[in-house]
Design a binder for this molecule. Sequence first.
Ligand SMILES: [Zn+2]
Length: 116
Amino acid sequence: MTDSPQNWVTHFPHFLDESGNLVQDMPAEARHLAEALGRLIVFATHDDEVDEPPPCFVVVEGKRCEGEVGSCISPHDASIVWECEKCGSRGVITGWKGTFWDLTEQEILGNIHKKI
Ligand SMILES: [Zn+2]
């Protein structure tokens, strides 16, 4: 095993069924990852003074990292990029737009309501 930070590239729809929910019969590990990615999407697309950054889900040397993961929408290609401040693992999430975890639309609607 090495200490080098891990690089994750995930296409979120891989974890979803045709109705857009998390696939029911995923292995526990994949489900845990899918839920963690979902939290990163929420964190990146939610604009309010939300909660704390989601906890890191990367396992380093057999132990789950205890860092926090910051995520944001990449200005380059609209993927979500994230990075753990502790273990340095980072990743890219694609295909998140229009999923239940994508809150950008809600932000826009919210702003419209505020103006009315
Ligand atoms: Zn970490």
